[in-house]
Ligand binder design. Structure first.
Ligand code: ADE
Ligand code: ZN
Length: 350
């Protein structure tokens, strides 16, 4: 799009399809779904003081200059979470929104160190979240699983200790991820922890190439042996890497609104997701931290399609297909979602 063009709403049939087609969400930090209203409600319930006088004042502080400026607020927001009920309530609020966007499958990140370092028991975190996942399946038909993320700004020892502490709850999570401040904390720092996670039969994923260089994507693949890359948008700095990602269909869980809010791209029109899709990569659309970045997953689809008018029904369908392909769900389940997707495409855009 040229700088003089303003984004136009996508045609109504395409907007309906983007909202109503079944989709998987694979990159969602549950602590990033904590809306300011819920932060204030939990702060009151738990008698935790907040440095903001009101919901509006807190929301007004959501003007980020980079990843770290966001993380500082995100960790402060999570300080209101103390009990198993708090973790349930946070996740339940996410599932209600995900159901409205027809998310049929969610693989959800959680950051245990943010809580255990404040004295919150690991059991409260995991049992509360797992309870919400079970209820989301029962009430909304959403299949949901948890991925334990290790904070890369903390030490390897701390990561090992966290993984060991979580092992009594091994049946409640399917994988291990790596998040937080990327620059200066390359994937190699966690080579041994990820080897241990793989030994335990856990899936492995890592944030790489969000703010960090393309080389971090390569070491996440080669050293950590991850199955998906979270973000990965800086892969375009290495044409050989782009070719590899396309050839091996390594999924990238891309988060368009997050990338603009954290200034990875100046605006959505400059986002490289359409180019990556064209290059044959298994890219997916996700919301990252929707309470902080201005939209849940359907809003991410809508905003991106609005900024790139060349994207249409074929790309919408491909992105939903990619989300199923990239998920850790069983093959038979993926086949059912693909059939459901084609029925919705036929009905709304056929
Ligand atoms: N934790 C929550 N959101 C994150 C992001 N976008 N990048 C790295 N760590 C995160
Ligand atoms: Zn993320």
């Amino acid at each position: 799009m040229s700088p003089t063009q303003t984004p136009q709403p996508a045609p109504p049939a395409l907007r309906a399809l983007l909202r109503r087609m079944p989709k998987a969400e694979l990159h969602l930090h549950i602590e990033g779904s904590l809306e300011p209203e819920l932060i204030f409600a939990l702060a009151a319930r738990n008698r935790v003081g907040l440095p903001y006088p009101s919901v509006q004042a807190l929301r007004a502080a959501y003007a980020f200059t980079d990843l770290q400026s966001f993380l500082d607020l995100y960790y402060a927001g999570a300080s209101v979470l103390l009990t198993e009920q708090d973790f349930f309530d946070m996740a339940w609020a996410y599932f209600e929104r995900a159901a409205a966007d027809n998310v049929v499958h969610a693989e959800i990140f959680f950051d245990p160190q943010t809580h255990t370092d404040r004295g919150v028991p690991m059991a409260s975190v995991i049992v509360g979240l797992a309870h919400a996942c079970r209820r989301a399946h029962a009430e909304f038909g959403i299949s949901a699983s948890l991925i334990l993320c290790l904070l890369r700004h903390l030490s390897e020892d701390a990561a090992f200790a966290t993984l060991e502490q979580a092992l009594p709850f091994r049946h409640h999570f399917i994988g291990v991820g790596l998040d937080s401040s990327e620059r200066g904390h390359p994937p190699e720092k966690f080579a041994r922890v990820f080897a241990r996670a793989r030994e335990l039969g856990l899936h492995v994923v890592a944030h790489a190439g969000e703010e960090g260089p393309a080389a971090y994507i390569e070491t996440a693949l080669d050293v950590l042996k991850v199955e998906r890359i979270d973000h990965g948008v800086r892969c375009t700095e290495s044409p050989a890497l782009v070719q590899r990602l396309a050839r091996d269909r390594v999924p990238l869980t891309v988060c368009p609104l997050s990338n603009v809010k954290l200034r990875v791209f100046p605006d959505l029109a400059a986002h490289n997701l359409p180019a990556l899709l064209d290059a044959g990569l298994c890219v997916t659309i996700n919301s990252d931290d929707p309470a902080y970045f201005g939209g849940y997953v359907a809003q991410n689809y809508l905003a991106l399609f609005e900024a790139h008018p060349q994207l249409g029904v074929a790309q919408a369908r491909q992105l939903a297909l990619n989300s199923f392909e990239a998920s850790f769900a069983p093959e038979a389940q993926k086949a059912r979602w693909r059939r459901e997707l084609d029925a919705v495409v036929e009905r709304l855009a056929g």
